[in-house]
Write a protein that binds this ligand. Structure first.
Ligand code: ADP
Ligand code: MG
Length: 372
């Protein structure tokens, strides 16, 4: 459209993969995500009125035009809510034109939503000289997704999109939200992280996730600890008779997963990728057998990857579909992908999508003409 003028600020932010630490954020555990190379870019131009206009290369048929006074949390809408939510949570009081272009695959479990929110947040922060720290922006973009869009996500996706660094994973302590960069230089070891998007999303019987979370919380209450973070394997074993079978299994996943993240950090520091692979696979077995959130497609992806050169593999994210990851030598990648595609085909599953990525930089300002 001809009346879209040159931007004053351009910022970009990446999607992410969580290496390990699944379904333990609410148990005050740790997660260990890294930023992928695929990024979303936001180009912003300040306006002299209170109009907000948004368009996205990925949504060519929609040009959104609204105003600051029409911002409405949980008010419905489509993809533009992620952008409006950030304008709302950052309390922007001036009109702005926003153009989006994203390379993060949408809905593949790589968090295109956080990439979008964080690119917009970093650009707004620069354009209006808001001086928010990256940590504050993580909380504000999470608030946008929780309270404006209405998706009850944790803080992981936004934290890593904003604070990641190339060649590192970001250890996030979900109890106090402190972060630590952990070296994760896959390229130097000729390894790749393969993402296998099963493209299926099995609908979970009502309340399946909430039930698992409640199992962890009731187990903690019966044993007398604040959360799974405060529970040792030994105390869990000693307390087994107090718990229902489900409480015990869910708690065992949480306790062992928290321990596996700690192991993974040490193995990354030691660059011991063979052992790291085993810990990643152990996470999958725990999610499959104790937490019970896997599905045939995810198990097929993991089993086939492991039988075809992967050092380790696991399902990632909520489960019952979505993506799996596999740690694979660069020269094995083709073999692994072909084997998974063939296994899916012979099982009658729809064809999976493959992505690879190396740990990349977090959000950054790409152009700043805000003082003009
Ligand atoms: P994920 O974050 O795993 O990719 P979500 O469902 O959380 O999946 O977020 C995807 C949604 O985010 C899309 O359906 C769309 O509404 C919005 N979105 C993300 N990136 C873009 C983009 N580049 N342009 C428009 N909308 C986007
Ligand atoms: Mg998302």
């Amino acid at each position: 459209m001809s009346d879209w003028l040159e931007p004053h600020v351009i910022a970009s932010a990446p999607g992410r993969v969580n290496l390990i630490g699944e379904h333990i954020d609410f148990s005050h555990g740790f997660v260990l995500p890294f930023a992928i190379a695929d990024r979303t870019t936001a180009k912003l131009r300040r306006r002299d009125d209170s109009i907000i206009r948004i368009r996205s290369v990925q949504r060519p048929d929609d040009v959104i035009s609204t105003s600051l006074s029409e911002l409405n949390p949980l008010g419905g809408g489509d993809w533009e809510r992620y952008v409006l939510g950030v304008i709302w949570s950052l309390k922007i009081d001036q009109g702005v034109d926003i153009e989006i272009d994203g390379q993060v695959p949408l809905g593949a479990g790589l968090s295109s939503s956080a990439a979008l929110e964080c690119a917009v947040a970093v650009a707004l922060n620069q354009l209006f000289a808001l001086n928010h720290s990256r940590k504050e922006l993580a909380l504000l973009t999470q608030k946008a997704e929780n309270d404006y869009v209405g998706v009850p996500c944790g803080i992981m996706d936004q934290s890593v999109s904003l604070m990641a660094q190339e060649g590192s994973a970001l250890l996030l302590d979900c109890r106090d939200l402190t972060t630590t960069l952990i070296p994760f230089d896959l390229a130097a070891s000729s390894l790749e992280l393969l993402v296998i998007d099963t493209q299926v999303h099995h609908t979970l019987v009502d309340g399946g996730y909430a039930e698992r979370r409640n199992n962890c919380e009731s187990a903690a209450a019966k044993i007398g600890v604040v959360s799974m973070r405060d529970l040792s394997s030994q105390l869990l074993q000693e307390s087994k008779s107090l718990l229902t079978e489900h409480e015990f299994l869910r708690a065992r996943h949480a306790v062992t997963e928290i321990a596996r993240v700690a192991q993974a950090v040490e193995l990354l520091k030691a660059k011991d990728f063979n052992e790291l692979g085993k810990v990643i696979t152990a996470s999958h077995l725990s999610l499959r057998d104790d937490y019970e959130v896997s599905c045939p497609e995810l198990n097929c992806a993991v089993d086939t990857a492991l039988a075809n050169g992967a050092l380790g593999a696991r399902m990632v994210g909520g489960g019952f579909g979505g993506s799996a990851i596999a740690l694979v030598a660069q020269n094995q990648l083709d073999v692994t992908e072909k084997a998974i595609a063939a296994a899916f085909s012979s099982a009658g599953f729809i064809a999976p999508r493959f992505f690879t990525s190396l740990p990349s930089d977090g959000a950054r300002v790409e152009l700043d003409l805000s003082s003009i």
